[in-house]
Design a protein around this ligand. Structure first.
Ligand code: MG
Ligand code: ZN
Length: 350
């Protein structure tokens, strides 16, 4: 009897049903585009004074300026934390000396990591593109799509199918990417047995969540995490709550709050995964603040808030960073956005 229990136990360990068995550290990097401290505060009060960020043990502050501007854009800031160098506003994966620089996603691939990217903008937008593309202008969407098709990211979910199939060069990148299966719903994504899947959620920009965007970011994160953790290799996953920024540009507080809520639920999913898979580092940060948002009044009853925007552009304020899991202590303090790359690199090189 005792022996059969031991055999069963060994079988359980070797089958590894409930968790990965890798000594390397998984990384989930979550970026709220344009999410300053006030966006978090506004979202938190609007969620009855709650946010998933309260479960993070370490918090820091990040300087966001680019190589040539105090106020950064998403291309330069994305490049800073994806590739470790400050560059010119508008530029992705190329430094001010015109040299292509290698992203943390590519470093992680070289270390045997599986990779994933999820965005609620198009997949070729500046923030996700910073992890796989090298282009002088963030507006080269068709070039960026071509570089994604050649980059071998294992799983990706985001909008922008037209950049792959309705191109000036008449190429059909979906047909060219024979390594990947392409699906058109999260259900099909889940059902797929392929180990490389692309899900282009819309032809152009995905709509805001309060206009019915599907899938919810949390659901996408859960499905991609289940694919990424189904084998023994570690993984690097980037998740962007892209449209918090767009709400800021529109000076629309309800847009900001609804996108924050979608992002906050995805953070909850990541924390839930990390609490069960202890070798998983979760980092949540932002690329810059958008809108110069302030909470100028409100009512303590039901945490109603009154807000004011100062600009339709970005601002140069520092943004917070939160971390959970192995190596999370590295991310406390006050430092440049390029150091996020350094800290992630030292984590995958462990
Ligand atoms: Mg973005
Ligand atoms: Zn923006």
């Amino acid at each position: 009897m005792k022996k059969s229990i031991i055999i069963l136990f060994n079988l359980f360990i070797s089958c590894n049903i409930f968790s990965q068995n890798t000594s390397q550290t998984n990384i989930i990097l979550m970026i709220g585009d344009g999410m300053g401290l006030t966006h978090i505060s506004a979202g938190m009060y609007s969620l009855n004074n709650n946010t998933a960020l309260e479960s993070f043990p370490f918090v820091g502050l990040v300087k966001t300026h680019s190589h040539n501007a105090l106020v950064t854009d998403s291309a330069a800031s994305g490049t800073a934390f994806a590739c470790g160098e400050k560059t010119l506003n508008g530029t992705i994966g190329i430094n001010p000396q015109n040299k292509k620089i290698k992203s943390i996603l590519k470093h992680s691939k070289e270390k045997g990591y599986k990779t994933g990217i999820i965005a609620t903008s198009t997949i070729v937008h500046a923030t996700p593109a910073s992890f796989y593309a090298n282009v002088l202008s963030r507006n080269q969407y068709e070039d960026i799509a071509l570089q994604l098709s050649q980059s071998d990211v294992d799983f990706f979910i985001g909008g922008g199918r037209d950049y792959f199939t309705r191109r000036k060069d008449k190429r059909n990148l979906i047909e060219e990417m024979s390594s990947h299966e392409f699906v058109y719903s999260l259900k099909k994504f889940t059902e797929s047995k392929s180990n490389k899947i692309g899900f282009l959620t819309s032809l152009g920009d995905p709509v805001p969540i309060n206009q019915g965007r599907k899938p919810k970011l949390s659901n996408a994160v859960e499905e991609v995490l289940s694919k990424l953790s189904s084998n023994q290799e570690p993984f690097f996953l980037v998740v962007e709550g892209s449209q918090i920024d767009w709400g800021g540009h529109k000076n629309d507080i309800n847009y900001v709050i609804s996108e924050f809520k979608d992002f906050d639920e995805a953070i909850k999913s990541a924390i839930n995964f990390s609490s069960k898979n202890k070798n998983t580092l979760v980092i949540v940060t932002s690329d810059h603040e958008t809108g110069g948002l302030a909470i100028t009044g409100g009512k303590i009853k039901r945490f109603q808030i009154k807000t004011k925007f100062n600009t339709i552009g970005h601002s140069a304020t520092m943004v917070p960073i939160f971390s959970y899991g192995p190596n999370s202590e590295l991310f406390s303090g006050v430092y440049d956005n390029t150091e996020i790359f350094d800290k992630m690199l030292s984590t995958i090189n462990n």
